[in-house]
Ligand binder design. Structure first.
Ligand code: SAM
Length: 227
């Protein structure tokens, strides 16, 4: 049994009770250092395998070997597995040689939606924190804004950060008047910047930042004129 569990972002309060039970009952808990640190208060006798970008393939091979030896293994993911976590999930499944279970967590995008009060129905989520060709995702971001939707964007350290996202969009004819917010270190030492897309260009933020670009006009709620 091996399960990939969303934990955080940033704080144990944002781990589901089901996830906490699986971690507490596991023989092996693995993940990136920063994410394992979030669940560390739940660790007692578990074997802990921490990793970074450079050694993740090698470390996951070790976790897969323990899984195949019959150990109950958990791999913890930052936030929700299903937003900007699928490439790491693919690495886990490649190491194991088969599909694995996932348990959803709470994404930084959800925490941002709560802080900034935006409705999922009217918002598109995009991540640039991924390997591979970003061109289709960039085009999609421009189209989302043209369609009058909000966008919640995970930038890519360090070549497509919020300021670069703004520069890209402005260069594609998107209005500089869109309201934008950058939230850093959600659930920890939170910081917020608010302004327009035009003002965002050239600004710098940490790698723990997530960007909201609001539609130029809020969508009708659908309740106007209710009888
Ligand atoms: C590889 S993505 C993983 C996202 C994660 N799966 C989620 O659902 O939040 C990592 C990026 O998510 C964003 N992120 C994660 N936790 C955050 C937090 N507490 N505050 C702000 N941004 C965060 C940052 O942009 C970070 O570089």
């Amino acid at each position: 049994m091996i399960t990939c569990i969303g934990a955080g972002p940033g704080h144990l309060d944002f781990l589901t009770r089901g996830g906490a039970d699986l971690i507490a009952g596991a023989d092996v808990v693995a993940g990136f250092d920063a994410v394992v640190d979030v669940v560390r208060p739940l660790l007692t006798t578990q074997t802990v395998v921490t990793m970074g970008y450079r050694d993740q393939v090698e470390k996951l091979a070790g976790v897969a070997a323990l899984h195949h030896a019959g150990k109950r293994c958990v791999v913890v993911f930052m936030g929700d597995v299903h937003f900007s976590g699928f490439q790491f999930l693919e690495r886990v499944e490649t190491a194991c040689g088969h599909p694995v279970h996932t348990l959803p967590g709470i994404s930084s995008a959800q925490v941002l939606a709560s802080r900034a009060r935006v409705c999922f129905d009217e918002t598109t989520f995009l991540t640039f924190h991924r390997r591979g060709d970003m061109a289709p995702f960039k085009a999609h971001l421009r189209d989302v804004l043209a369609a009058g939707r909000n966008a919640i964007v995970i930038p890519r350290p360090w070549d497509f950060m919020p300021g670069d996202v703004a520069a890209f969009l402005l260069g594609r004819g998107v209005s500089s008047a869109h309201r934008a917010e950058v939230w850093e270190n959600l659930t920890r030492a939170e910081a917020t910047w608010t302004g327009t897309l035009g003002e965002l260009e050239g600004r710098t933020f940490s790698d723990m930042s997530i960007l909201l670009i609001r539609a130029l006009r809020p969508m009708p709620t659908g309740l106007e004129g209710e009888i």
